[in-house]
Design a protein around this ligand. Sequence first.
Ligand code: ATP
Ligand code: MG
Length: 438
Amino acid sequence: MRLSQSFIPTLKEIPKEAQIISHRLMLRAGLVRQTSSGIYTWLPMGLRVLRRISNIIREEQDRINAQEILMPTVQSAELWRRSGRYDAYGPEMLRIQDRHKRELLYGPTNEEMITDLFGQSIKSYKDLPQVLYQIQWKFRDELRPRFGVMRGREFLMKDAYSFDIDYASALTNYYRMVLSYLRIFQRLGVRAVPMRADTGPIGGDLSYEFLILAPTGESSVFYDAVLEEQDWLAEVVDYNSPEALEAFFRRLTVPYAATDEVHNIEAWEAVPTERRREGRGIEVGHIFYFGTKYTKSMGITVSGHDGLPFYPEMGSYGIGVSRLVGAIIEAQHDENGIIWPESVAPFRAVILNLKSGDNVCDNVCERLYMAAPQQLLYDDRMERAGVKFADADLMGHPWQIIVGARGASAGIVELKHRATGERREVSIDNVLTFIMAS
Ligand code: ATP
Ligand code: MG
């Protein structure tokens, strides 16, 4: 993309409603714009990041044989009356009426809809297990939308749902999802710690949240310091072995880690004093096992080995996709701006033409840009070098290819690594091979 022709409205003035760094940086770097309270438009740069995060989640969910579907955002109230949650959900649910005075709602989550879909389609135990997921917008009329996309009213969620024949196989799917989540967060370049959590309005009795530790997080957490260093994915776990998955989950959950809602003083006091950590975290994922709660309340059965009907066991598994954009920035930035992990960066590199209008510089930049225009941002603006450097640091591209007049005529560009600040001279012919391989 050529910066001179792109829609990346950067802001010089920091809007005062933006309290935390990720929100400020997202507005300044032109990733999103608020359209009304807690509702955002995703601009080209922000959308690229959102898509890259979604694609990593897709690849890892597909890897454990979860199947992607796409359900509507608008649901009927009737569906929620069947589970008994329509009245229970409260003012966070956006309730709508259509022209025939039928009651609808903008989905805050999809347990009812998927349970109904499942019930219409699956009749026999032979078709179990099933794991389905979607990446779809949700609406929750949050009391206090804040921190930009971190607590929006409309937000993008990956929500998966599992259906199993019995408790043991439901747990296997639950553990497999834990492993999938650890891989997802690792690929996203963040550390998300699994912690015991409350079940909230989803219900059920096995609930873990994945939290990125950060001082601006909204959740208070208590954890054993060994978790700060732990490399959970150091061991290879066989996704297909229920025993290996269970053993993995047991080891993973030995060190104490809990959100304040389920904090247990007795267990906490068993952690050696010098290892006790109290801090804050950003909830980026939440997984639930809730057994037959929805299949029972909605009357959904399938026929078992013996021909008799039974209620399938369920779990649901969320990831806050749009919240992750803010959370990643919260975890990866410095005083000059964003530092994107390579896996989610909107562009692999920015080309900084320090002398736009100069024949030699223009030619070198064009040649580099045209080699991979989808992955490169070309700063071809008639701006001072200082402005280009500052914007490149603000936007956080992993690499900056700096093209100056003297170097360009000698066949050399400067390459700056955003995360380390390290600079080196590289020949024009090798620079793209180098950054694409790194
Ligand atoms: P929170 O405690 O932050 O309100 P929740 O527990 O209500 O979240 P879940 O029902 O577990 O949320 O939803 C799954 C995931 O969706 C959460 O882990 C979070 O990452 C994300 N999420 C929930 N609410 C919001 C929101 N208002 N804005 C952005 N992301 C959200
Ligand atoms: Mg939650």
